[in-house]
Design a binder for this molecule. Structure first.
Ligand SMILES: [Zn+2]
Length: 270
């Protein structure tokens, strides 16, 4: 996914020393591109860090490190982590084009991806205290932001089940779906090794993925979530039954090198 940059003047530099702890979801109550124009109009005195439209496009209006003006007014809040100071200082705001919280499927997938990116970048947990609606901060003036049809249950379930942002890994000319965990790109182990022409076998008795390699036997102990290449141990993670391991460690263990393209968010193995 791509994030388009359109700068809004409606922000304050920095965060007054506060740490980002939560994402606040909003609805624009207006159609695109009018809602984008509003959020970048100096007269509106309003903004958000991101805007996701119904076409599934993501716009960044304010940098994460700066304070956007999206939830600064507090009235009868129900948010347990509100600390008495301006919530703009310690939250990220995502606006969604729409009226009652109903999102298009493209818009849902885009905001899901964006939530994963931001959660990984800022260490935000997937729960209802850290992923909140604007109405939790201002229940008086914004009871319908982001609206009754906003897909809270689906979003939280998807984020809890799979909180990791995606990254594309190109190995042996094959494009593989990788994930970013703790800042490191991780490849699905079996697919990665197959793409590089390695024979992969599964030992159901010992619950082990075996990869034969010229550098020595290669084991993925899925029950212990460890990958062993010879005597070298690589930490791994099991997500939905698949073992993922850091792509750099895997590539080096198999005698390969990697390059990272920040623009396309792609790791290429060569
Ligand atoms: Zn709002």
């Amino acid at each position: 996914m791509e994030i388009k940059q359109v700068e809004s003047p409606n922000f304050r530099s920095g965060r007054n020393g506060k740490k980002i702890i939560a994402i606040v979801d909003h609805i624009t109550a207006g159609a695109f591109p009018g809602c984008l124009n509003w959020l970048v109009n100096p007269g509106s005195q309003a903004s958000a860090h991101y805007l996701v439209n119904r076409a599934g496009e993501i716009y960044q209006l304010v940098q994460d490190e700066d304070t956007a003006w999206h939830a600064g007014i507090v009235a009868k809040p129900s948010w347990t982590l509100y600390d008495g100071s301006n919530p703009n200082r310690y939250t990220l705001g995502i606006e969604h084009e729409g009226f009652d919280g109903t999102l298009s499927e493209a818009q849902y997938q885009a905001t899901l991806w964006l939530h994963r990116q931001l959660m990984a970048r800022w260490g935000i947990p997937a729960d209802r205290d850290h992923i909140i609606g604007h109405y939790r901060i201002d229940s008086v003036n914004r009871p319908n932001c982001p609206g009754p049809n906003f897909p809270w249950e689906r979003l939280l379930a998807d984020l809890k089940q799979f909180p990791y942002p995606s990254v594309t890994i190109i190995a042996g000319g094959t494009s593989l779906p990788g994930v970013i965990i703790d800042g490191y790109s991780q490849a699905p182990v079996a697919e990665f090794c197959r793409a590089l022409g390695k024979t992969v076998s599964w030992d159901a008795v010992t619950n082990t993925v075996l990869v034969q390699d010229y550098l020595g036997p290669f084991y993925a102990y899925t029950s212990y979530v460890k990958i062993a290449v010879g005597s070298q141990l690589i930490p791994a993670t099991i997500i939905n039954g698949r073992s993922y391991a850091p792509v750099r460690g895997l590539a080096l263990a198999l005698g390969r090198q990697i390059s990272w393209n920040d623009e396309t968010r792609t790791v290429t193995v060569f």
